[in-house]
Design a protein around this ligand. Structure first.
Ligand code: ATP
Ligand code: MG
Length: 334
């Protein structure tokens, strides 16, 4: 039996090389080894206002980008979160197993509340509990995450342990998987901040669907540090970030790169990085262009994914409902 791996991306903004390096690339590398569930989490996305027709087309586009990045639909379960009612149902139960104090400590809530101060809704606040439900429903073993999600996974584990203390063995306790390099890609104009796909300034990120000329322009504009040396250093956050991107995409180690760019200037380094990015994005964009026009194919994948995911999720949900004292549905309905 393969271990169960679950990972998700919220359909907001444009998928970036941060998402690629921190999530999609790892998914591709891990897909044969694990029983993988890959979601587009539209229920998480609406914690921030989304224009309905854009959300719909973005969900399709993200699935097409997953496929274009090499995620195999036959080998994995690919689905949209809202197609599985069990996520919302378990989230409600787990809300009742989560303390307000725990939610108050979530740094992502604090950051997002600051950013969206005119819409601090209850969904944004209980988002980590929905994420816990996403993970626990499938008895997940491994959750590949960037370090921005560490705190949420810790909370998931705490909730699961708390529930299991009263109801033995209901939830499998998931482990985080954090890739060694590039766990966190930083913004191009402000390397102290994470690269976010929903950033209001697109010059902060490279999108997977950015045209070559746009990639070149954004890398040229990317901020650099004082001095001239191209090396990984705490005092050089901008160059360190660009080197990390280079390393993750080329497979070369950071020390190999420091050697390669010894005595070279920033302009040359940036040009080579932009060329590498363009080269890596080209096949993804080529496959994407074909896929996005085939809505029937994508719909069929989502239908199949929802069928498989519903079956699995409902198994856990029914156990949990029974444990908390809900009457079995069959007995009422039948
Ligand atoms: P948003 O701004 O909407 O929160 P995001 O880019 O943070 O967008 P998420 O949907 O929150 O994207 O996360 C999707 C996946 O991508 C997660 O596994 C997350 O850890 C990973 N990820 C997101 N940003 C980065 C980054 N800058 N570097 C590495 N991994 C990242
Ligand atoms: Mg995020």
């Amino acid at each position: 039996m393969k271990k169960i791996l679950l990972s998700a991306i919220a359909p907001t903004g444009s998928l970036t090389i941060g998402n690629y390096i921190g999530a999609l690339k790892n998914w591709k590398d891990m897909q044969g080894q694990y029983d993988c569930l890959f979601m587009v989490v539209d229920m998480h996305a609406i914690t921030v206002f989304q224009e309905p027709s854009s959300l719909r087309s973005r969900c399709f586009s993200f699935v097409a980008q997953y496929l274009a990045c090499g995620i195999e639909p036959k080998q994995n379960t690919i689905f949209i979160q809202s197609h599985i009612p069990a996520h919302a149902e378990l989230a409600w139960i787990l809300n009742c197993w989560t303390n307000i104090g725990e939610l108050n400590r979530m740094t992502q809530f604090k950051n997002k509340a600051k950013k969206h101060s005119s819409n601090i809704n209850a969904g944004l606040y209980v988002y980590p509990v929905l994420m816990a439900s996403d993970i626990l429903l499938y008895q997940t073993d491994v959750v590949p995450i960037g370090d921005d999600q560490k705190q949420h996974l810790e909370l998931t584990r705490d909730i699961a342990v708390r529930f299991n203390n009263l109801h033995k063995g209901v939830f499998h306790i998931p482990e985080p998987y954090i890739s060694k390099t590039g766990a966190r890609i930083m913004s191009l104009l402000d390397p102290k901040r994470k690269m976010d796909k929903s950033d209001s300034n697109p010059n902060n990120y490279i999108a997977l669907l950015d045209e070559p000329s746009v990639v070149m322009k954004k890398i040229k504009q990317a901020i650099t540090d004082s001095g001239t040396e191209i090396k990984l250093d705490k005092t050089k956050p901008a160059i360190s970030n660009l080197l990390t991107i280079y390393s993750c995409l080329s497979g070369m180690t950071l020390s190999e790169l420091e050697e390669k760019f010894k005595n070279k200037n920033y302009a040359l380094f940036k040009k080579e990085l932009a060329e590498l990015l363009i080269d890596r994005l080209k096949p993804i964009q080529g496959r994407y262009k074909k896929l996005i026009d085939d809505k029937n194919y994508i719909s069929a994948i989502l239908e199949e994914g929802a069928k498989k995911a519903n079956e699995r999720a409902n198994k856990t949900l029914r156990i949990v409902q029974k444990k908390v004292g809900f009457i079995a549905r069959g007995k009422v309905e039948g």
